[in-house]
Design a protein around this ligand. Structure first.
Ligand SMILES: C[S@@+](CC[C@H](N)C(=O)[O-])C[C@H]1O[C@@H](n2cnc3c(N)ncnc32)[C@H](O)[C@@H]1O
Length: 447
């Protein structure tokens, strides 16, 4: 039997909330293939909307329900969230449809009592919407946490690091949908040609602010089905990630070690900048991920990437003093990616950060020996956490006096809202730079 869009959303959210699945994987495995763009968009909107507003939806349910949140059956709780999300955030959906369809889901997945419960709750909330939407919090941390659905530990940490006003703007932005960025494969086409071609198909395409090889596509539905994608004229990559290659700016013929390389977004860009001349040793700890690098390289027409499994924490003597350039695009907390992966707000725990910092530092201390004297190290993460970024790098520089920051003012033509280029690094934020939250630092090994 065919499932309705709302039921697909229910199954996806159940996989994420109750089975620990990642949002993109849960979506791909639950979406029916025959869905139209509109139907698929509807399912995605509900799934991402519920994930983005999860704490706020819990808050509204707690206000409206006599039964404690923890006592509500997990499936019924998701059905309520889907219903409330439509009532509050999806103006185009008639209230009656939001309520009746949720009641139908409750009929299928619950019993008589839960049907009445869902019906009563949703009708009450829709009648007294403004009252239920009001956030009454004991302090600013609580307020931001509920209103923008970020866990308290995250809000507390960010307020301490960046201040209240900054944190509120960041959390608000984290709940918006990011624009899709693509990176032009200049080995096969030019930015101008690709832009014209995509506009001919009806896509709205704009230039990005900081990255030379990137474009923004405003209505990207099914863009990976174009022949330009299949022919390898572009790859999906956020502008921030594209800046890694731009800042490294390796010379053709160089040897690069990319020690956390999968799925190869940055390695393939480096190959492109080197005009597909030289050697890129792409390593990752997971064998299955190496295939992704190889597939990307093949589609993009790149043949200088050599993949291998290697744990970055373990020394490989054969690599010592080999690299002209070294990239450590480290495993990180991903807190800069919340706009794309709202489940990070649900699954990431504060304790993870200290563990990740330890891993990042261990890898960095190990792979630094792979660089030749005079070689360039780029360290990058998709997080905004200072401990994983500037604090860790400062400690590394303190303990490794032969490594020095390199001025990168000549690598980014537009320095709007970036005032650290001369100090060798950038920290991007979604609400300021309209990119993923991202950190990149450039370091030279002098001796
Ligand atoms: C941020 S992702 C890299 C993204 C990649 N550079 C790109 O641009 O497509 C971090 C990668 O580090 C890998 N990784 C995690 N722990 C590792 C370790 N100890 N040694 C090597 N790779 C590791 C993960 O499998 C993951 O693919």
């Amino acid at each position: 039997m065919e499932l309705s869009g709302r039921e697909m959303a229910l199954n996806i959210l159940n996989d994420i909330f109750n089975n620990g699945a990642f949002s993109n994987i849960a979506i791909n495995s639950n979406l029916d293939e025959g869905l139209s763009n509109k139907e698929e968009g509807f399912v995605r909107e509900i799934v991402y909307g519920v994930l983005e507003n999860n704490i706020y939806l819990d808050y509204i349910i707690s206000k409206a329900s006599k039964i404690k949140l923890k006592k509500i059956h997990p499936i019924i709780l998701i059905i309520l969230k889907i219903g409330i999300y439509q009532i509050i955030f999806m103006d185009r959906i008639p209230i009656s449809a939001a309520v009746n369809e949720s009641v139908n889901l409750a009929k299928k997945h619950g019993h008589k009592g839960t049907i009445g419960f869902v019906n009563g709750m949703l009708r009450n909330i829709s009648r007294n919407k403004d009252e239920f939407m009001k956030v009454e919090a004991k302090d600013k941390i609580d307020y931001i946490s509920i209103k923008y659905s970020h866990p308290k530990w995250m809000v507390k940490r960010w307020i301490k690091e960046f201040g209240e006003e900054f944190t509120e703007k960041l959390c608000k932005e984290n709940n918006k949908s990011p624009q899709l960025n693509i990176r032009v494969n200049t080995l096969k086409t030019s930015k101008k040609k690709l832009k014209e071609k995509l506009m001919d198909y009806g896509f709205t395409v704009k230039d990005t602010k900081y990255a030379n090889d990137s474009l923004i596509v405003e209505n990207p539905i099914r863009i990976t089905e174009t022949s330009e994608f299949k022919m390898g004229h572009f790859i999906i990559q956020d502008e921030s990630s594209t800046l890694v290659g731009q800042i490294m700016d390796p010379k053709p013929g160089s040897t690069i070690i990319d020690c956390c390389s999968a799925p190869g977004g940055k390695a393939t860009h480096l190959a492109q900048i080197m005009n597909n001349e030289g050697r890129i040793l792409s390593q990752d700890i997971y064998e299955h991920k190496l295939k992704l690098i190889e597939e990307n390289a093949k589609r993009l027409g790149i043949n200088i990437i050599e993949t291998s499994i290697l744990d970055g924490t373990k020394r490989d003597d054969s690599l010592v003093n080999l690299a002209d350039y070294l990239l450590l695009d480290a495993p990180c907390s991903g807190l800069g990616l919340i706009r794309r992966k709202p489940d990070i707000k649900i699954n990431r725990k504060e304790e993870d950060i200290a563990e990740l910092v330890e891993l990042q530092y261990t890898i960095l201390n190990n792979v630094k020996d792979y660089l030749k004297i005079g070689g360039i190290l780029i360290y990058s993460t998709c997080t905004i956490e200072k401990d994983e970024n500037i604090n860790m790098i400062n400690k590394f520089l303190e303990e490794n006096k032969s490594f020095k920051l390199v001025n990168i003012e000549d690598k980014i033509h537009n320095s709007q809202n970036i005032d650290t280029l001369k100090h060798g690094y950038i920290q991007l934020f979604p609400h300021i730079h309209n990119t993923d939250g991202f950190y990149i630092v450039k370091i030279i090994k002098e001796r």
